[in-house]
Write a protein that binds this ligand. Structure first.
Ligand code: C5P
Length: 240
């Protein structure tokens, strides 16, 4: 998984977001979907509620993506990364805007371990006006590219990016860079509010995504296993 294993199957490329508030719900979903998805993503809500012991339990079923989006002084992030390495998570997120030293220390900390750092550039909740308000000029894409290139020169080999930035990053970063893409809605379900920001698995994979993150379309489906399997099939078709 992640940096050590070749990513070949559609299932391995599907990351399911365990966006639920309790261990009970997370483990029920993990048991139900362990055969149908490749990775479980644990985000802030679940981690704050249930912590490392749940992560340990989940890694016995599938690799875990710990989505904590760390951003602090380099020393503090380095020490938190070391604890995530102890948990043997496959992926851990940090904010690229934490800067060169923070990124380089995080990247160095995971060398030779099972963990890969993924850098987050600009959150999709930010637009050009929001960036301007904190003193960042230019377009969102300009800033995404600026941060991704900075992180890439600091030994960061993976990124989380919106569907709209996959192609841009795939074209600008080293070939082996891992691109993890949320904001995915299965083909045929895009006729809703998500239309502007989301992409289908087909589009994201063709644009160069390595992994797709899917939460609600699976979690809230009537038949979750069926929903996951159909996304896997769509990924596999797009890879052909
Ligand atoms: O929208 P959905 O439920 O599929 O989102 C799954 C995960 O992807 C969530 O945990 C969320 O944090 C992440 N996400 C993101 N950026 C977006 C949309 C979702 O990081 N634009």
């Amino acid at each position: 998984m992640g940096k050590t294993e070749e990513t070949t199957t559609g299932r391995e490329r599907l990351i399911f977001a365990l966006d639920v508030p309790s261990r009970k719900e997370a483990e029920a979903l993990a048991d139900e979907l362990a055969d149908d998805v490749g990775v479980f993503k644990v985000g802030l809500e679940l981690f704050v509620a249930e912590g490392p012991s749940l992560v340990r339990a989940l890694t016995k079923r599938r690799p875990v993506f710990l989505d904590l989006k760390l951003h602090d002084i380099p020393e503090t992030v380095d020490r938190a990364v070391a604890r995530a390495v102890d948990l043997e998570v496959a992926f851990l997120t940090v904010h690229a805007s934490g800067g060169s030293e923070m990124l380089e220390r995080a990247a160095k900390r995971v060398e030779g371990t099972k963990t890969q750092i993924l850098a987050v550039t600009v959150l999709t909740s930010s637009d050009a006006a929001m960036l301007a308000s904190i003193g960042v000029s230019g377009t969102v894409s300009d800033h995404v590219l600026r941060l991704a290139k900075l992180a890439s020169t600091r030994r960061i080999t993976g990124f989380v990016a919106s569907p709209h930035e996959v192609a841009l990053l795939r074209g600008a970063l080293p070939r082996e860079t891992v691109l993890v893409i949320p904001g995915i809605r299965p083909s045929g379900t895009l006729a809703n509010d998500d239309q502007k920001r989301a992409a289908t698995p087909t589009t994201a994979i063709r644009d160069g995504a390595s992994y797709l993150v899917v939460g609600r379309p699976i979690r809230d489906a009537k038949n979750r296993k069926e929903a996951a399997r159909s996304i896997v099939l769509e990924i596999e078709a797009a890879l052909r």
